[in-house]
Design a protein. Structure first.
Length: 202
């Protein structure tokens, strides 16, 4: 079972050094609003986007045979002399080497993009977004399901009507009690324009 580890546990993990962190680091996307206190109180190193999401930086470790995940704090980055700009650049490069599962569904011609580790952070990789767009030959909306999974829906011939319906569905799903806070991604619908290569709020 994967666990978030506190900084004081890292010291007992062998072979954790600057090179290890840079080799293993990957990004995660989380809701800025829902995680505001965690970002500040835990001092997580992060980068805010204009999508209402923040990029945090993680790497995996093993302790006594158990899998664990460390989210990098400002103090940890300082200890290993790693800047946020360097983490951003390296994490995205690492991400591009591990593509997500992309599953085509016949229902409304939707596409599921999922990854149990980096998850929705693959939205930061324009090559993945272009790949999805090429399958549709169209722009598409991104329906946020969780930090691990998003759903792509082609814009079609009536994008305004579809956007209205999808926004209502996002609000309805996120208002339910079934979504754990740590899995919540966003209550905003996103839109990708394949011509401008731009991901934005719908």
């Amino acid at each position: 079972m994967e666990k978030n580890l506190s900084e004081d546990k890292i010291s007992i993990v062998e072979k954790i050094d600057r090179n290890y962190i840079l080799r293993e680091v990957y990004p995660m996307l989380i809701s800025t609003e829902k995680n505001e206190s965690m970002l500040k109180e835990n001092g997580l190193l992060h980068r805010e986007t204009d999508l209402g999401l923040s990029i945090v930086y993680c790497f995996d470790v093993k302790i006594n045979g158990a899998d664990g995940m460390v989210r990098i704090t400002s103090s940890l980055a300082k200890e290993y002399d790693i800047t946020e700009d360097e983490l951003y650049r390296v994490a995205l490069a690492n991400l591009s080497e591990t593509p997500p599962d992309i599953l085509q569904k016949s229902h409304q011609n939707t596409t599921i993009i999922e990854d149990g580790k980096a998850g929705a952070a693959h939205l930061l990789n324009d090559d993945i977004l272009q790949l999805v767009a090429s399958g549709y030959d169209d722009n598409f909306f991104i329906f946020p399901i969780s930090v691990n999974t998003v759903l792509a829906v082609p814009a079609g011939t009536n994008p305004d009507i579809l956007a209205f319906e999808l926004k209502a569905a996002v609000r309805e799903i996120n208002s339910s009690e079934g979504m754990p806070r740590e899995m919540f991604l966003s209550d905003k619908l996103l839109e990708y324009n394949r011509g401008s290569h731009r991901l934005q709020l719908a």
